[in-house]
Design a protein around this ligand. Structure first.
Ligand SMILES: NC(=O)c1ccc[n+]([C@@H]2O[C@H](COP(=O)([O-])OP(=O)(O)OC[C@H]3O[C@@H](n4cnc5c(N)ncnc54)[C@H](OP(=O)(O)O)[C@@H]3O)[C@@H](O)[C@H]2O)c1
Length: 308
């Protein structure tokens, strides 16, 4: 069903077939809106974002009234919050700004959704863990070691405290055909294509997640009104160095220019969990944990990129 405009006035009780995606200009929000708009059953998908030219659909997490206005006007049954301050280095260097956007803003979105009787789905991260024993199941104890992880965990808690029927989906190292090309895979490929040397940490492990897989699973969870914490991540646990190699192979780039370093050698102001990554234990138990094998996902991305 095509995207439609936000009604100027509230239109009665939340519509069970209406979904609002906040952060639709981002890598995941865009993919999610695309997935929902192609849904086989009739659902109405509305989008809002910070860079939206239409003022009625523009939101800023640091201005809660914008969230309240859009959510109250749309009256969806489900709000998916894919907007966040996602630059981990920026969060580390701007802890107050990160708190206002990622914790206070998220809590405001959950409150605004609850006020109209809608559920909120929130995107979180494997950075809520310390990286000593990953990949982590949903039952593992959290212990963030950087500001981004600490604030995403605080936001999770606020979302579930507001309404236990809300959904928290933790994911990891998302990659897809993001037009901004800021994900790790596309940054590696773009650097290799420019003939640059790429340094990739051999001791930073995760479970890279293909954006279309994540969007599909998330949409299914939302429409099934799933609640609580779910892990949704790719099936392969590997280092960034290994991922850079696999990506280069899929895109036909020269692998000689990829240099293995340690996280400590990277001059990174952020302490990152070394062995992070996620296990989708709840999805597996529900029989819906199938994710595209990593090599196939990278190949699909490379094929799409060559066509673009
Ligand atoms: N990407 C990953 O590897 C990864 C891993 C784990 C969890 N996550 C989580 O997944 C979610 C989506 O991530 P993503 O990869 O799609 O991120 P992204 O591509 O960086 O997109 C971020 C989105 O948030 C919006 N945004 C940023 N600051 C905002 C603010 N102050 N007010 C309102 N909107 C704001 C951006 O809007 P504009 O672009 O319009 O400014 C954009 O729509 C986030 O919650 C992130 O923490 C991502």
């Amino acid at each position: 069903m095509p995207e439609s405009h936000i009604p100027a006035e509230p239109v009665g009780p939340p519509d069970v077939r209406r979904v609002l995606v906040i952060g639709a200009s981002g890598q995941l929000g865009r993919e999610l809106a695309r997935t929902l708009q192609a849904w086989p059953e009739p659902i109405q998908v509305l989008t809002a974002s910070r860079s939206e030219p239409d003022a009625d659909r523009r939101v800023a997490l640091e201005h809660p009234e914008t969230l309240e206005r859009v959510i109250a006007a749309v009256r969806p049954a489900h709000v998916i919050l894919a907007a966040a301050a996602t630059n981990v280095t920026w969060c580390e260097e701007h802890p107050t700004g990160s708190h206002i956007i990622n914790v206070v803003g998220t809590a405001a979105a959950a409150r605004a959704a609850n006020r109209i009787g809608a559920n909120l789905a929130f995107l979180s991260t494997d950075y809520v863990f310390d990286g000593s024993t990953g990949p982590y199941p949903e039952s593992a104890a959290t212990r963030p070691i950087n500001i981004y992880g600490a604030h995403k965990l605080a936001a999770e808690e606020a979302v579930l405290a507001e309404n236990p029927g809300n959904l928290v989906v933790r994911t990891c190292q998302v990659f897809g055909d993001d037009p901004r090309r800021t994900n790790f895979v596309m940054r590696v490929i773009d650097s290799l294509r420019r003939g640059e040397t790429v340094e990739a940490a051999g001791d930073l492990y995760g479970t890279p997640t293909y954006a279309p897989d994540l969007a599909l699973v998330l949409a299914n969870l939302v429409l099934a009104a799933a609640s609580g914490v779910w892990h949704v991540a790719g099936p392969t646990f590997l280092s960034r160095y290994e991922l850079a190699h696999m990506a280069a192979a899929a895109f036909g780039c020269d692998r000689e220019s990829i240099v293995e370093v340690t996280a400590d050698q990277m001059n990174d102001p952020v302490d990152r969990p070394r062995r992070a990554g996620l296990l989708g234990v709840r999805l597996e138990a529900a029989g819906s944990g199938r994710m595209t094998p990593l090599a196939d996902a990278l190949q699909a991305l490379a094929t799409g990129d060559a066509r673009a």
